[in-house]
Design a protein around this ligand. Structure first.
Ligand SMILES: [Zn+2]
Length: 170
């Protein structure tokens, strides 16, 4: 882990990806496997939360997510909402898009993927499908799994600007 390699006191200046690695590790345990989908939700959630705070959002956070996928777990872990307390609503529109609102003053931001991130997510799903059809341990399977792992690494480490587009809605 990157965090243990940093000298003490360097935390405040750590790169964003290093700062989020604990969130991503928690997510992997919560979600049960490492995948691009859950990381997409986490990246959208983290970026939206930061933007909403910067826009002056106050009060409890409410999320709307527009795909019924692994990404929901990522949003929940990143934003701290759960379906149980109705802080997240899911719409099955097959869109990696998050609306995050602050309930006290109604400020709202929207986070969606960049074109590049959208493509990487699609590629990841293709690779997983392809890999699952190959015998475990075969060189072909290993190659496909490595390519999928590279995409997971990208979603963990690429800077926000490469992954997410955020705008203040109100
Ligand atoms: Zn998943």
């Amino acid at each position: 882990m990157l965090a243990v390699l940093l000298p003490s006191g360097a935390g405040a200046h750590a790169p964003v990806a290093g700062g989020n690695s604990a969130v991503f590790d928690t997510l992997e345990r919560f979600h049960g496997h490492a995948c691009a989908g859950s990381l997409i939700g986490a990246r959208l959630g983290l970026a939206a939360k930061t933007a909403l705070k910067a826009a002056g959002g106050e009060g409890k956070l409410k999320a709307k997510y527009f795909a019924n996928s692994c990404s929901i777990d990522g949003v929940q872990v990143a934003v701290g909402t759960t379906s149980g307390n109705k802080a997240i609503e899911v719409f099955d529109d097959n869109e990696s898009r998050l609306l995050l609102s602050a309930d006290k003053n109604g400020r709202q931001v929207e986070a969606r993927l960049t074109r590049v991130a959208e493509e990487k997510g699609k590629k990841f799903r293709e690779l997983r499908g392809k890999g699952n059809a190959l015998p475990v341990g075969s060189p072909e399977r290993q190659q496909v799994d490595r390519a999928a792992d590279d995409i997971i690494g990208w979603f963990r480490n690429a800077p926000d600007v490469a992954v997410v587009q955020v705008r203040v809605v109100k």
